[in-house]
Design a protein around this ligand. Structure first.
Ligand SMILES: C[S@@+](CC[C@H](N)C(=O)[O-])C[C@H]1O[C@@H](n2cnc3c(N)ncnc32)[C@H](O)[C@@H]1O
Length: 219
């Protein structure tokens, strides 16, 4: 392992805004750090957490948590948030698969999934962060009307997500296969992550889907 990454891995767990799912009482520690048990916005597979950081700046009254399994990536996220003086954003080293075990009190009002690994092969479809097995996890931690946003450059993932939304009878709020063609982007949609900037530099079109769970119960 390169020396720099080695240092980051050792250092990141000492930062006050970074938590590890293996820590005892990790949820309580996050709530204590954020200073309230207000609903949070989650950024999944956050990398350097451009969404969490920019949303935390836009909405200082709200709380944000960036989640990634790669601790070294959260080193950059944590440093950037600290540089900006943000106290309403925390980072969690965790597999998204573990979220149901971690979040018992924290309620989620919005989820952003920016540029997840697309896993284009059918054999690895289950790893896509919008696969029904992940939706089951999200369903247990979100508030009833919570919206889930996916941004991707990948056609297969984009079409797959639309298919899942239809098959699972979810509510589709927005879908575009060329986000920047629209001239009515929200401030949230305009946020660009590290991966998004790379895709745009390569001339790729950015796609966005927003959906929520169908909460209507039929009698
Ligand atoms: C392609 S990168 C995108 C990073 C960032 N969202 C961006 O747009 O710049 C995907 C990220 O998702 C994380 N990831 C993928 N699957 C994950 C999982 N099951 N649990 C936690 N993190 C995951 C990876 O570690 C990686 O940092």
């Amino acid at each position: 392992m390169p020396r720099r990454k080695h240092i980051k891995l050792a250092e990141v767990r000492t930062f006050e805004n970074v938590f590890d799912y293996k820590d005892e009482n990790v949820e309580e520690k996050i709530v204590n750090y954020l200073g309230s048990n207000k609903p949070v916005t989650l950024e999944l597979g956050c990398g350097q957490a451009d969404y969490s950081i920019n949303l935390a700046k836009l909405y200082p009254e709200k709380n944000f948590i960036g989640v990634d399994r790669k601790a070294a990536r959260l080193w950059n996220a944590s440093k950037n948030a600290t540089k900006e003086g943000l106290k309403n954003v925390a980072f969690l080293i965790a597999y998204i698969e573990k979220l149901n075990d971690i979040f018992k009190r924290i309620k989620v009002e919005e989820i952003w999934i920016p540029f997840p690994d697309p896993y284009p092969r059918r054999s690895s479809m289950k790893k896509r962060l919008v696969h029904p097995r992940f939706l089951e996890i999200y369903k247990n931690i979100i508030l009833p009307n919570a919206k889930i946003f996916l941004k991707t450059d990948d056609d297969i993932l984009f079409n797959y997500t639309l298919k899942v939304i239809e098959e699972e009878n979810l509510i589709l709020h927005k879908s575009t296969n060329d986000l920047y063609q629209s001239n009515s982007l929200t401030e949230e949609e305009k946020i660009q992550t590290k991966y998004e900037k790379q895709h745009l530099a390569e001339g790729k079109k950015i796609k966005l889907i927003c959906f929520s769970f169908n909460n209507i119960t039929l009698i």
